[in-house]
Design a protein around this ligand. Structure first.
Ligand code: URA
Length: 215
């Protein structure tokens, strides 16, 4: 199976998963969405009301704010993969429980292994805890951490910033740093440092030889 097929199969598995109690109140599972070769992966907490209705991640108020934050960083949704630590809505948007996180982790692990992003941006404390346990989000938000073969940047959850106005300047500043951090990660991982615009062009047509630009 190629990467796209693996992610499609995973979404089918998640849709009928009964490994934890969250399936009992599920309308639609939310596996996640985005390109199978995304350089950046965002990992939130779990589907809310609207996500449970539509089967898509971050489509409610927090999602609208996430779209603004992405636009500010010069990225669009189509460039990134967006997933959650749990794929089914916790009733009443309660916190996901340890056994639910544990049962759902194999899906997230498969997504990460398949997509192999250079950067994972964690949104909120549950996804941060998976990669950088035992730290406080208030001390580490916006900082880049090498975790194995990629980098993890913990950020405040957009919903938290919507509810606590004091967090908004921090989340805006953290997202504004993302393009520079992406280039830093590319350099450290030995990947070509290119802007997302050039990346699109590069995948459609080969670059002209460098010397031609001299004339
Ligand atoms: N909050 C999340 O953490 N994930 C979603 O998909 C929507 C809201």
């Amino acid at each position: 199976m190629n990467a796209e097929e693996t992610l499609t199969q995973l979404a089918k598995d998640v849709a009928v998963c009964t490994n934890c109690v969250l399936h009992e109140s599920r309308k639609k599972a939310v596996a996640g969405e985005g390109p199978a070769d995304a350089e950046i992966m965002f990992i939130g907490e779990g589907p809310g009301f609207h996500e449970n209705e539509q089967g898509r991640p971050f489509v409610g108020a927090a999602g609208k704010f996430l779209d603004q934050l992405l636009a500010q960083a010069g990225v669009t949704r189509e460039d990134v993969f967006i997933a959650n630590v749990v794929k089914c809505r916790p009733p009443g948007n309660r916190d996901p429980q340890p056994e639910e996180l544990e049962m759902c982790d194999k899906y997230l692990e498969t997504q990460i292994r398949t997509i192999n992003p250079s950067i994972i941006v964690t949104l909120g404390r549950f996804s941060m805890g998976k990669f950088i346990p035992g730290v406080k989000i208030t001390s580490v938000h916006g900082t880049m951490h090498r975790v194995g073969e990629r980098f993890v940047i913990p950020m405040f959850h957009p919903a938290a910033a919507l509810h606590q106005a004091a967090l908004k300047p921090s989340i805006l500043a953290d997202f504004a740093n993302l393009p520079d951090q992406l280039n830093e990660a590319r350099k450290a991982l030995g990947k070509t440092v290119i802007s997302s615009k050039r990346k699109e062009t590069a995948s459609r047509e080969p670059e002209k030889p460098q010397q031609l630009n001299l004339f």
